[in-house]
Write a protein that binds this ligand. Structure first.
Ligand code: GRF
Length: 201
């Protein structure tokens, strides 16, 4: 299967997919890395022809940026599009264009803590558990069907940084396992619900 990855930052989640493929743990090809930040370090993890990055401020609107991004993603004919540390909200037009093939990893136990600053919010809320979720992307932010989650404890002396580090450590195996379920056809989405081995859950 052909996987396109959207990333905005350092790309540690992208790296774990690259490592998983190299280690034979995922039969797939990263056919492109796409970013809203031309300087994103994630871009350095793939050869230049597989990179696409534009600054949204070079576009007249969010829709115009998303259309250019969507055209570039479509051009590499991906089976799956994985948002791995992509920090811009994808408009409904983009989401619908790739509906059913678009997933995201979010650093919280959805449906808790949708949106940003999830680690600080988990500490603020006094949560004793936190973690990461891989989910299908729908127009509503962080609201799509959840494929898999990984849990970590929140410790009394945690800072957002210490908690983020603990979550990031489980994000990587979670993402690899989730993308493997997609790549092997075991998990699909239908009408906003997960189907495992063809059975609606
Ligand atoms: C990760 O915590 C991911 O869950 C969130 O952004 C962070 C970036 O990770 N969406 P990465 O190192 O750029 O993959």
């Amino acid at each position: 299967p052909r996987i396109a990855v959207l990333a905005s930052g350092r790309g540690s989640n992208l790296q774990c997919l690259i490592d998983g493929i190299a280690a034979g743990q995922l039969e797939a090809r990263i056919v492109g890395v796409f970013s809203d930040r031309p300087g994103a370090r994630a871009l350095d993890k793939v050869p230049a022809p597989s990179r696409w990055a534009r600054s949204p401020k070079d576009f007249a609107s969010r829709e115009a940026f998303d259309e250019a991004l969507g055209d570039a993603v479509a051009a590499c004919n991906p089976d799956w599009i994985v948002c791995a540390g992509y920090m811009r909200i994808l408009g409904a037009g983009f989401v619908e264009r790739f509906s059913g093939r678009l997933v995201n990893i979010h650093p919280s136990l959805l449906p808790r803590h949708k949106g940003l600053h999830t680690h600080a919010r988990a500490i603020e809320a006094g949560d004793t558990e936190h973690g990461a979720s891989v989910h299908f992307v729908v127009p509503e932010l962080d609201a799509g069907a959840v494929i898999a989650q990984a849990r970590v404890p929140v410790l009394a002396d945690d800072t957002p940084e210490s908690l983020a580090a603990r979550v990031l450590a489980v994000e990587h195996p979670l993402l690899l396992a989730s993308v493997r379920l997609l790549a092997t056809g075991r998990v699909t989405e239908q009408d906003g619900r997960i189907r495992l081995d063809g059975q609606s859950l």
